[in-house]
Design a protein around this ligand. Structure first.
Ligand code: PGA
Length: 274
């Protein structure tokens, strides 16, 4: 796991967008796994800026979103379909036929989940998966106790996730209690993983999943077993990491390797940006 500690939310978002940009330059027909929630908003904003100002091209990209609430139609303002449309897709040149998001209105949920997994395979698998993390340690909606080998399926949300997500809904009782979500096993098959987290409220869970044991209690901890993971945190989210000094040292040392083909420095955000 490569842990990159940034100054603040804006820098975290910038670094994440740079990693995605690098992926698209390396492979213009990349398959991206995308996330919702408040954390990726800044990353998406920066991707839109790179598309508009630098011509970053999404025309050959395929995307798979992690999850969708059960029972919300794509037009519902709190559906993840709507979120993605408003916060990313309608601002970039992605082909609508290459956008995949689980259907929260699917009649036969099990066969829809199997179909979703098949589409990921047909697309050649996910090249780069963007993730946030819930305060209970979930990735996608893989709540504590989820099988670490799980596939796309229906999940019951925990009360803490329902509480966390109530801020997006008019009334707490409007928050769906179920979602269709990629499994931990599905996510684990992505070739590269990029997890972002910001804010003090994520500090404890970040320390747990990065430095604690691998456990289904904190499904993000499974990422410790994945060969290529970047975790981009702001200072607040990194504040309980025991090894923070070492992670910063690693990033500083890597500056010396800039110029070598496989090395990219992520600590060079242009000063004019902020
Ligand atoms: P957040 O959600 O980005 O809104 O904090 C993250 C998550 O629940 O995965």
């Amino acid at each position: 796991m490569e842990v990159i500690i940034t100054r603040d939310y804006d820098e975290m978002s910038w670094v994440a967008a740079q990693i995605i940009r690098r992926q698209l330059i390396r492979k213009p027909d990349s398959v991206l796994g995308l996330a919702t929630g408040s954390t990726p908003l800044g990353t998406y904003k920066e991707m839109i800026r790179m598309h508009r100002e630098e011509g970053l091209d999404f025309s050959k990209v395929t995307t798979f979103n992690l999850d969708e609430y059960l029972g919300l139609p794509p037009t519902h303002p709190q559906s993840y379909h709507h979120f993605m449309q408003e916060n990313l897709f309608k601002h970039i040149n992605i082909h609508p036929g290459r956008i995949f998001i689980p259907n929260g209105m699917a009649e036969d949920i099990d066969s829809h989940c199997r179909w979703y997994e098949e589409q990921i395979k047909k697309a050649g698998g996910i090249d780069l998966q963007l993730l946030g993390i819930g305060s209970d340690g979930h990735i996608a909606f893989n709540e504590p106790g989820s099988s670490l080998g799980s596939r796309t399926r229906l999940k019951t949300l925990t009360e803490s996730t329902i509480r966390d997500n109530a801020r997006f809904f008019e009334r707490a009782e409007d928050v769906p209690h179920f979602a269709i979500t990629m499994g931990v096993g599905t996510i684990f098959e992505a070739r590269e993983i990029l997890l972002i987290a910001g804010g003090e409220e994520k500090a404890a869970v970040c320390a747990e999943f990065i430095e604690g044991p691998v456990t289904a209690r904190v499904t993000a901890s499974m990422l410790q077993l994945h060969p290529i993971v970047k975790v981009v945190l702001d200072e607040a989210a990194a504040s309980q990491l025991k090894q923070a000094g070492y992670y910063c040292w690693v990033q500083q040392q890597k500056q010396k390797l800039v110029g070598m083909p496989s090395q990219v420095s992520f600590l060079r955000r242009p000063v004019s940006k902020k």
